[in-house]
Design a protein around this ligand. Structure first.
Ligand code: 5GP
Length: 190
């Protein structure tokens, strides 16, 4: 997606050779026009698939998923929660995820009320690095007996092995910008 790549080139910054910071349009301030184009592009790529629900993880995934859902007939968005909350139902599906940016494990939880075996799930997230967040979400969907139609990623870092891990699970990955390397603080696309 050219518009996304241009945005990354003009506004992204590289941290430590492996992390791309895109706070000006995706992870802190959010560019709604761009996210609408992201939604349209995911709709094109999954045009022939039946999808009943979008599953993502808090926090950055939520805004993206909510706009994407509008291109899929306003289907519901469910986000896995990272934080303990007294308001969360006690009956949950959960998965352990290793955080690439925080370098520690955390649990993601989703109430059993909101994912059912009839569901056909599209997983949406901002970044794909080693695939742990997406694998956690795939696990949650599968615990519910739901089908996973695919994983839609805004920015994939192809020098990490997330895609291979997800494809090994038999799940399709669609990424809108694929980064080959971040060497020397230069973003190179595939
Ligand atoms: P994974 O679970 O695939 O290893 O990492 C994906 C998750 O880590 C995403 O949900 C995202 O929040 C975060 N992440 C991974 N790499 C980056 C990155 O380069 N930049 C930002 N902003 N977040 C990242």
């Amino acid at each position: 997606m050219e518009v996304l790549k241009n945005k990354i080139l003009s506004q992204g910054t590289v941290i430590g050779g492996e992390i791309l910071k895109v706070d000006s349009f995706l992870n802190h301030q959010i560019d709604i026009k761009l996210l609408n184009e992201v939604g349209l592009e995911f709709k094109k790529r999954f045009a022939n698939d039946e999808i009943t629900k979008i599953l993502t993880v808090e926090a950055s995934g939520i805004g993206i998923a909510c706009i994407v859902a509008q291109y899929f007939n306003n289907i519901p968005v469910v986000f896995a929660k990272k934080h303990e909350a007294t308001t969360l139902d006690t009956s949950v599906y959960e998965a352990e995820v290793f955080s690439f940016t925080k370098n520690k494990n955390y649990k993601v939880k989703t109430s059993k009320k909101y994912i059912k075996k009839e569901d056909k799930i599209l997983i949406i997230d901002d970044f794909l690095a080693n695939g742990n967040a997406a694998l956690g979400l795939i696990s949650i969907a599968r615990q519910a007996g739901a089908g996973v139609v695919g994983v839609g990623i805004v920015i994939e870092k192809a020098f990490q092995n997330g895609r291979a891990c997800i494809e090994k699970e038999g799940v399709r990955v669609e990424s809108l910008a694929i980064i080959k390397s971040l060497k020397g603080n230069e973003v190179e696309f595939k």
